[in-house]
Design a protein around this ligand. Structure first.
Ligand SMILES: [Zn+2]
Ligand SMILES: [Zn+2]
Ligand SMILES: [Zn+2]
Length: 256
């Protein structure tokens, strides 16, 4: 398999951490692992960068991680914390002098075209520039930068959304259930990044214990938890998370 680098760009739930107006220990913590921007990741393979989601913090994430090109974007779903940074892709059009392909399921691509209608409206004035994107509705696996990209159907409450498998890495955020057919497609992973919102159950996200159960079932070599709320403090959580399961933090890099 081609060498792959995965960078956790953001590891927070939709509010970000610190949470505005919150005075809890995690939100007041100086530990950099408790400064979480909204969830996304960058996969670097064969000199190309594949971005998963465009959260509202993409500008800051691109600066902090010195991202200088984006060759494709894979969207998990259409929620604001995963798409609202889409206009930040504009700068990469300038840097690369090219169109960027974006991928997602039918609902996600449809919603993106509605929210960011000016991008696809030929009559909308370009003004300061608008992103140049090529939108693709994904139904099955395809190749990007010589690597197989497989959309994996998962459930976010009642909503069917996508996780992705790229080689031996899989990324499943905002997940509350994994269908059996999708579990089959997640065998033999070296790295799994899985969403876990908080300790208490939630209708549309795995709790901490549900995520651990799923990891035990899927048996990846290494697992990271993401989309974390302010209830997770790595100082306090470390002792009951094993070395195979860790809390992701912003800027974390994993080489595969
Ligand atoms: Zn989310
Ligand atoms: Zn807090
Ligand atoms: Zn969501």
């Amino acid at each position: 398999m081609k060498a792959m680098k995965v960078t956790v760009l953001g590891s927070a739930t939709s509010t970000g951490v610190p949470v505005v107006g919150c005075e809890c220990n995690v939100c007041r913590s100086q530990d950099r692992r408790n400064k979480r921007t909204r969830t996304s990741a960058l996969v670097s393979v064969a000199g190309k960068n594949i971005l998963i989601d465009t959260p509202p913090d993409l500008h800051q994430q691109a600066l902090e991680n010195r991202i200088t090109r984006i060759d494709a974007v894979l969207y998990t779903h259409d929620h604001a914390d995963h798409v609202f940074g889409l206009d930040e892709l504009r700068i990469f059009n300038f840097l690369q002098e090219g169109v960027i392909p974006i991928y997602g399921n039918k609902k996600t691509i449809g919603r993106i075209k509605k929210i960011f209608d000016y991008i696809w409206d030929p009559a909308a004035p370009v003004g300061g520039g608008k992103p140049m994107l090529e939108a693709h509705v994904l139904k099955g696996g395809f190749k990007l930068s010589g690597i197989k990209v497989l959309p994996i159907e998962i459930f976010h409450g009642k909503q069917s959304i996508y996780g992705y498998r790229l080689g031996d890495f899989a990324y499943l955020t905002d997940c509350s259930a994994i269908p059996d057919a999708s579990r089959e497609a997640l065998r033999g992973l070296k790295l799994l990044i899985l969403g876990a919102l908080r300790f208490r159950p939630h209708p549309t996200h795995f709790s901490f214990s549900q995520a651990l159960e799923e990891i035990q079932r899927l048996k990846p070599e290494r697992a990271l938890l993401t989309h974390l709320s302010h209830c997770f403090d790595p100082e306090e959580t470390d002792f009951f998370v094993s070395h195979q399961v860790e809390l992701a933090y912003d800027g974390m890099v994993i080489e595969l």
